[in-house]
Design a protein around this ligand. Sequence first.
Ligand code: C5P
Length: 319
Amino acid sequence: NGLLGKVWDDNMSIKMLGTRLKKVVANYQAMNKYGVDVSSSSSRPKLSGPELLCQLKEKVDVVTLTSDLLPFSSLPWASQLPPKLLTSDLGPYKTCAVVSSAGSLHRSGLGKEIDSHDAVLRFNAAPVSGYEKDVGSKTTVRLINSQVMASDEHRFLSSSLYSTGVLVAWDPAPFSADLTQWYNKTDYPIFTQYQRYRKLHPLQPFYILHPRFEWQVWQRIQDNMAEPIQKNPPSSGFLGTVLMMSLCDVVHVYEFLPSRRKTELCHYYQRFYDAACTLGAYHPLLYEKNLVKRMNQASDLDIYTHGRVTLPGLSKLNC
Ligand code: C5P
């Protein structure tokens, strides 16, 4: 089958990258900004898709910060945090779409299909206005990183881009997932920006991911790879995919595994080219894609033509 060689190979390794990217990834693999502490397991049996799915279900808690959690509960702004978990407030949905921001969405014509889902997840500054034909117009949840919240360029507090749907934010936290340690040393000022945004938009639901979730997802990737992965948190794309797997019966992820439209164009909404956007540099994105490929329940042809992966909701699994 000629297609098989054209879609994502689930054994992708840093060895297959070009010289420049290989160096960047190797650098990140050696760096350990967040104090990742891994006990190297010597034998790693290669798990099947269903086994990987069950690991996600059993070993990852999809948790968000709530107002009753220390140290937040002792702070004057605690009441700005939601009282309940995202997973108890939202869903369950029958079908969900996760829209990666990849350049290969450009001219995909996937908009109608994406909008036909009960819930749609988008990332960071990804717009819909002007791109409806390719990415749809529905936004149920937007997952944003703390860098987007903090940078002047994105105008997080004032741009209407962020005012649709439920917001979920995350920040690369210390591996210990200790909340006080993190609160005193965030990567970007996520809590300051959260408080400001909540004052301006008090009615819009806004959650923050618990760092335990980030690193539990990271551990699933590392435990199932034969080589050391970057000691940095997973990309928004993979965090969002696991998040939606906890809210939906079926999740379709678009252009996370590149289709026949595969391109070095970084985002569908910007004229910026860099293969690192698709293959990863800071994030262990290459390895996330290996796992998603192994968990995919649909065909390689779906990936090739639609850039579409089908994953089951975690509640639908019989483990
Ligand atoms: O760049 P940004 O993080 O906003 O994009 C959202 C997610 O989409 C990424 O975290 C990554 O998982 C995925 N992505 C991708 N290939 C690209 C661009 C983004 O897989 N070219």
